[in-house]
Design a protein around this ligand. Structure first.
Ligand code: EPU
Length: 424
């Protein structure tokens, strides 16, 4: 186990190139199982979640070659079988729920242990199940594993009670090879959904409307391999934008789609940060003092819940009181007690954090989930005296490709150390 050591107080300066999106990658890899021949994914991020997914596919009989230096994965799913996976790597990853849609779509059957991952609050999958059942699958929970079976999947009209990213993608996966027409109403509109639909269409599927609240899928009987380049990671990009502002730096965040980051850009501008949108990049230039702002985390195109924790750290640097509310996850505030150890003045009331601006101090803190980890790193980067120690790095490695190298290239004094294990 490792911890991150941060001797902060230096403005981040320079250029960072953003890698492919984690939340696309971990849906695109299982989506490849629907094909009968090789799928090549380019711009793949180097993340522990991606490695876990490669292991899951190999366990099912896929041939997976991951060319890390080229950010490429080649997946040949021609020998895959739907082997029950009650335990093992599926338990490490929340997004292993995509194995349900992918295996159901290809084989009409799947058994998957209930997924693990970042448990910042209970994260139900009832809308995924509702979708599978509407397509004709029988879904049972057997000793902590979900078993799905359908003699034949048939298209259906499915209204999602919540615009869930996972449920929208999972239903697209299962419906892509179902018989007939599927309509998903109140679908989630996140860019990662468009990315998955783009891959599936390149594999021979017929999906229209991804990125809007109504997605129409005409099932096809066969799908084939293709080559696809993953969209840039808007959450990683947003995290570096926030870090640049928090350290009063000057950073060009390169290889992004600025439109995906409009909600962050708008809030930074409102705080008084200087932000320039370029064609495929965003330059963030910090200032000495910032206005307080209120932020509401919503589904896309609103402010992303995944940037809510990093934003909390930035708002400790604003003058006055800011209110940050999360309307996607009501209790995603595990970073707050840790930021309080660093001297932050934050109160959580219901689904809101009330943040009073002020200086932070170095402390030993623990990342309890991926984005909470990013928040603590940003907080540490703002502290000029002492060294902040962030444990729970394994969470951060799930979603931030080359974090230490990237921050060092931007001039930060950050390094990893082995965490001493207490002697009993
Ligand atoms: N929800 C339900 N029932 C369901 C599914 C979701 O009630 O069947 C609720 C959730 O409890 C939540 C809301 O709907 O309140 C939205 O959840 P969603 O299903 O959209 O989340 P997800 O698909 O499980 C993905 C990302 C998360 C990101 C959310 C929201 C992946 C693997 N994960 O999760 O990313 O926070 O969408 O944008 O794509 C992260 O990257 O740190 C992360 C947690």
């Amino acid at each position: 186990m490792e911890k991150l050591m941060i001797s902060g107080g230096r403005p981040l300066q320079g250029t960072i190139t953003i890698s492919g999106a984690k939340n696309s990658a971990i849906a695109l890899i299982p989506a490849a199982l629907l094909a009968e021949s090789e799928v090549v994914l380019d711009n793949l991020p180097l993340l522990s979640d991606v490695a876990v997914y490669a292991e899951i596919l190999e366990n099912l009989g896929a041939s997976v070659s991951w060319h890390e230096l080229d950010n490429q994965m080649r997946i040949d799913p021609s020998s895959v079988r739907s082997i029950p996976m009650p335990n093992g790597p599926v338990k490490k990853l929340r997004a292993s729920y995509y194995m349900m849609g992918a295996l159901l779509g290809r084989f009409g059957e799947a058994t998957i242990g209930l997924p693990g991952g970042c448990n910042f609050e209970p994260r139900p999958i009832d809308q995924h199940i509702k979708g599978f059942e509407a397509l004709g699958a029988t879904v049972t929970n057997e000793h902590g594993s979900i078993h799905l079976y359908a003699k034949e999947l048939r298209g259906a009209k499915i209204y999602l009670d919540v615009a869930s990213v996972g449920a929208t993608i999972n239903i697209m996966l299962a419906a892509a090879r179902a018989k007939g027409h599927t309509i998903i109403e109140n679908a989630a509109k996140e860019p990662e959904i468009i990315d998955v639909a783009t891959l599936l269409n390149a594999m021979g599927a017929s999906i229209k409307g991804a990125g809007t609240e109504t997605i129409r899928i005409e099932g096809v009987s066969e799908m084939h391999g293709c080559r696809h380049s993953i969209i840039p990671d808007r959450i990683q990009a947003g995290t570096y934008m926030i870090a640049a502002a928090a350290t009063r730096g000057d950073v060009l965040i390169d290889n992004v789609i600025p439109k995906h980051l409009e909600a962050v850009t708008a809030k930074l501008l409102e705080m008084g940060v200087h932000v320039d949108e370029l064609d495929e990049g965003i330059r963030v230039l910090g200032k000495a003092s910032y206005n307080h702002v209120d932020v509401k985390a919503l589904t896309y195109p609103g402010f992303a819940t995944d940037l809510q924790s990093p934003m909390t750290s930035l708002l400790t640097q604003a003058q006055g009181v800011s209110v940050l509310s999360d309307f996607v996850y009501s209790s995603r505030f595990k970073h707050v007690p840790e930021l309080a150890r660093m001297g932050a003045k934050i109160k959580v009331e219901g689904r809101s954090a009330i943040i009073e601006g002020g200086e932070l101090n170095a402390a030993k803190v623990k990342a309890m989930d991926l984005r909470a980890g990013a928040a603590l790193v940003i907080a540490g980067l703002t502290v000029g005296e002492g060294v902040t120690e962030v444990s729970g790095v394994e969470f951060i490695d799930r979603g931030y490709d080359h974090l230490v190298d990237n921050l060092r290239n931007l001039g930060a004094n950050v390094w990893r150390e082995t965490l001493e294990t207490p002697t009993l």
